[in-house]
Design a protein around this ligand. Sequence first.
Ligand SMILES: C[S@@+](CC[C@H](N)C(=O)[O-])C[C@H]1O[C@@H](n2cnc3c(N)ncnc32)[C@H](O)[C@@H]1O
Length: 331
Amino acid sequence: MNALNELREHARLAGEKLLEDLRFAGVTTNGWLNQERANFEMSRIMNACLDDLALTGCWGEANRVPSRALWKVAGETLAVGWLQNHARQKPRGYAGDFEMLEKIVYRTLSADPLGRAFDHFFQEQAAPEAVRSRTKLVAERIVRLLRASTKDNVHICSVGSGPALDIELACRELSPDERARLRVSLLDLDPEALVVAERRLTPLLHPAQLHAHRENLFRLPRLKRTDSLLKHADFIACTGMFDYLTDADAVAMLQCFWSHLNADGELLVFNFAPSNPSRAYMEWIGNWYLTYRDEAAVGNLVDEAIGGSHAAKFDREDSKASVYAVCHKSS
Ligand SMILES: C[S@@+](CC[C@H](N)C(=O)[O-])C[C@H]1O[C@@H](n2cnc3c(N)ncnc32)[C@H](O)[C@@H]1O
């Protein structure tokens, strides 16, 4: 048997074992209705399966083919978990779409008992924890920046904004008078994400304060209109995007952001770290592949894009699964 066939066979057997364990747990949890027991059993069974798959050492796109063998056997059952199935199917062409992000941030679970146990397992992973944590962190920085600024008009840009849950959270924290000083620009390729973002922000901002633009960010550094989109930005956040960019694209994007940032402005970018504990789950179950970078790798991008003279700080959000860089442009 060649290496790929061995991997496929390994994944097929892992799928059979998973199904068998889930069937047995279905009985001991009273059809997954005993929630405490269901969550415990789901975590034990899924982690055993993922630990076994991780031992193959097959990471990244290389596991796309063997993971099909796992889904062929256990896919019908795995699909009962809304979150993992949505990640796998990618109905909008990518995994982290606005529906997924809303469910992650608001910790939504399926009504179906088995689906609920799968969703609970998903929500307990470090990666969704990192998404919730970065959403709060971005909101807090917007609030802090607005309150520290004496300007009447503070321009906040979210690049790859998705449903703009972070900006909504910031708006809800600010008083109406404080909110009135915001100008918000959202950029995203997905028109539905922008519609959802506008629906969320419209009750909180005057229409003149909110600008949503459908843009392909890969073209941003080369577009003439980028100037008007990001002009005089006081804060640029880019979360959930760098994980999909090559180094060259990431550097071009950082240069573009930096050149549009006002003096005293702040740039905030996130990237999942190679230590992301959810990697096996994301890849084997969701075919969700990221470009991982640690502090040094993000630091290299920042150095190459904007040099070392500015104040860049690197940290991790609470879950520690993702790294962020804050770059402050001195006045
Ligand atoms: C993982 S989501 C992150 C959303 C939001 N920043 C957050 O953290 O909640 C990534 C977003 O990037 C958008 N996106 C992906 N590729 C893009 C591209 N080439 N141009 C513009 N937006 C893109 C997606 O539509 C999606 O809304």
